[in-house]
Design a protein around this ligand. Structure first.
Ligand code: SME
Length: 155
């Protein structure tokens, strides 16, 4: 098993143990952002953009670890907006070749965004993780993060 996969298994166990009795969405998101950022310190931004119940077409920043994130992202714009609009994980090898990428931190070179869907099938947020190297994220990240977010948010 590769090192990244082992790190995900370890941090996922830790996150699920911490959140075993916690249903609050903000507490859940803050815990994921904190422990994922600590487990993978090479990532420069780890956090959530939430579906804003006051607008029908924008995400608003939620709990995160990293440098200042932009506050709002329209659906369909940037990697986060595309993940929200399509409800599909986006693994972006090189953000510079992603048309419409929103550069909150100019160091960002690759990113992964996972849509967060609750038990009723409703999109509630996206999880965005950014890295300063091209090609930092692959299928291992996608599978581990999809499984972890499903375990936390789809119950
Ligand atoms: N790069 C993201 C915007 C969010 S920040 O990087 C924190 C995007 O294109 O959706």
């Amino acid at each position: 098993m590769n090192n990244k996969k082992m790190l995900y298994e370890e941090v996922s166990r830790q996150i699920l143990a911490v959140l075993a009795n916690e249903d609050n969405r903000i507490a859940q998101m803050a815990t994921l952002a904190c422990l994922l950022a600590q487990a993978f310190p090479e990532n420069i931004w780890t956090g959530f953009y939430l579906v804003d119940p006051t607008t029908s077409d924008e995400l608003v920043v939620g709990p995160y670890q990293g440098t200042l994130g932009c506050l709002r992202i329209p659906y369909g714009k940037g990697v986060c907006g595309v993940a929200a609009a399509t409800r599909e994980t986006q693994v972006i090898v090189d953000v510079h070749s992603f048309s419409g990428h929103i550069a909150c931190d100019s160091r960002s070179a690759s990113e992964i965004v996972i849509p967060i869907i609750d038990a009723t099938g409703t999109l509630i947020a996206v999880l965005d993780i950014d890295n300063p190297l091209i090609g930092a994220f692959d299928n291992t990240d996608q599978l581990a993060l999809e499984a972890l977010t499903k375990a936390v948010f789809s119950r």
